[in-house]
Design a protein around this ligand. Structure first.
Ligand code: NMX
Ligand code: MLT
Length: 468
């Protein structure tokens, strides 16, 4: 593994020296050589608890905006209502993980080979601590995850109780629920653990869950598509590489793709359906397994994570009807046909983003480097030109640009992972990293039970009359 772009890191450090505001918010500029993630967190938690306490006592009554009827009826869009430390989404610029953009992560996080894609373990370290890890720290975390990667036999039996034709997300979420019986948080709670210690068994559960979900996911894949022939973990491989290997893909480029894939899908601030669901369920002190299984059920919806499945199936239907070398005119007709039949164009639009998703852009760059001549990649590139003007013409779509799901399928398909119905499981494995990282902080900071107020239409009508 190599640690790249020391010069970029020093540039960012000197930028922070000149801008004290940046220095306060960007914790990753600090460095540390301790390879034990748990002890690093133990050190960080008290100061963050103090920070939150101060924020509450000094600024608790500061207003963050006005709530309108449109917001209540429109899925709470634009309503700030959650604390989420691990990442922040800018509508124009896209996601930043603890202050770092995707290209910055690609430059700064340790990789498996020189110039390669970031290791997801590095991102996990960054999300949890707010610091860019060294290659030694990432190596230690990789080893720790491997040491936790034993899935109890009953989990496989539970999955086997489902028809092999059950949707892969159903099988995966069922497997995660079966993992729950090992929850350390649940055991500690039953024994009466003090609330100040909640984060410790949450950390245990979260790391075990992150370590084990690729094995459960690979089991589902091999069960469904490869006659149940399971491939054991390779002790010499990192997290993302091992996941590709256990699925049955050993092409080095596919290992790199998986590292990139798991890194970029991990976290997208707190309001997206899966993260928000995980956070909501966890706010009732449900353990990480229960919370993450709930999150997966949200991810399985077609407007959210299932869109990656929908995109590839849709692209394949274009090819079936129009051929691989479809003209832009025919593509336009196909997009209109989709819209006129009352469907969405999968992979385009977003609840928050207002520009092309940088997760799309980095996958496009990967494709330009590794598969520039692939006909499906060319089709995706043509869709980038054809779809946005049509969506704009509809006059109601707030963001006509492609999101992360518009691109992932053609990359996986190119390397032989052709089973589109499985794609959301890959997204789910990755999202465990973001949701569990925040969940540890939820417990460390003692965040409150989520319980927003709801009202009826009658209440809204009455309120509007009174204020008119
Ligand atoms: N195709 C057709 N219509 C669309 C699209 C699209 N790609 N995107 C938005 N619209 C429609 C939307 O359905 C709504 O119509 P109506 O008023 O009739 O209900 C209208 O435009 C306004 O929607 P927006 O405010 O632009 O988007 P919203 O925040 O409500 O929804 C998505 C965001 C992501 C659900 C929506 O853009 C969509 O359905 N996209 C396609 C599915 C998709 O790619 N989802 C994946 C998102 C990323 N992820 O991984 O989770
Ligand atoms: C995500 O990654 O969760 C999606 O882009 C959806 C979202 O952010 O709302």
């Amino acid at each position: 593994m190599v640690f790249r772009s020391v010069s970029l890191l020093s540039k960012l450090r000197s930028r922070a020296v000149q801008q004290p505001g940046l220095r306060n918010s960007v914790r990753w500029l600090q460095t540390s050589s301790d390879v034990d993630l748990h002890s690093q967190l133990k050190e960080l938690i008290p100061e963050q608890q103090e920070r939150l306490k101060k924020l509450k006592s000094e600024h608790g009554k500061v207003q963050l905006g006005n709530i309108t009827v449109d917001m209540v009826l429109g899925g709470m869009r634009g309503m700030t209502g959650l604390l989420w430390e691990t990442s922040l989404l800018d509508p124009d610029e896209g996601i930043r993980f603890r202050g770092l953009s995707i290209p910055e992560c690609q430059n700064l996080l340790p990789a498996a080979k020189p110039g390669g894609e970031p290791l997801p373990e590095g991102l996990l370290w960054l999300l949890l601590t707010g610091k860019v890890p060294t290659k030694e720290q990432v190596g230690a975390l990789s080893a720790e995850l491997r040491s936790r990667a034993t899935v109890p036999d009953h989990v496989y039996k539970t999955i086997d109780a489902l028809p092999v034709t059950a949707h892969p997300m159903t099988q995966f979420a069922t497997g995660v629920m079966a993992l729950q019986v090992q929850s350390e948080f649940q055991k500690a709670y039953e024994k009466g653990i003090h609330k100040s210690k909640y984060w410790e068994p949450t950390y245990e559960d979260s790391l075990s869950l992150i370590a084990q979900v690729p094995i459960v996911a690979a089991y589902v894949y091999r069960r469904m598509y490869k006659n149940g022939e399971v491939i054991p973990m390779d002790e010499s491989l990192d997290y993302g590489g091992n996941f590709a290997h256990m699925l049955g893909f050993d092409n080095p480029a596919m290992l790199e793709l998986m590292r990139l894939y798991v890194t970029i899908h991990s976290d997208h601030e707190g309001g997206n359906v899966s993260a928000h669901t995980g956070h909501l369920v966890a706010s009732a002190l449900s353990d990480p397994y229960l919370s993450f299984a709930a999150a997966l059920n949200g991810l399985a919806g077609p407007l959210h994570g299932l869109a990656n499945q929908e995109v590839l199936l849709w692209i394949k239907s274009v090819v079936e009807e129009c051929g691989e070398n479809v003209s832009k005119e025919k593509l336009q007709d196909y997009v209109w046909k989709t819209l006129n039949s009352g469907k969405v164009v999968p992979g385009f639009g977003h609840g928050v983003l207002r520009k092309t998703d940088p997760r799309y852009t980095c996958q496009r760059e990967f494709a330009l480097k590794h598969l520039p001549e692939d006909p499906l990649f060319k089709l995706v590139s043509n869709l980038y030109e054809v779809v946005p003007p049509i969506l704009l013409e509809l006059g109601k779509v707030k963001n006509p640009w492609p999101n992360v799901d518009a691109h992932s399928g053609v990359l996986l398909n190119y390397y032989g992972l052709t089973e589109a119905r499985y794609y959301t499981v890959l997204f789910g494995v990755s999202r465990a990293i973001g949701i569990c990282s925040q969940l540890i902080w939820d417990r460390a900071l003692g965040l409150a039970l989520e319980r927003p107020k709801s009202v009826t239409m009658e209440w809204l009508e009455g309120h509007c009359k009174k204020t008119a």
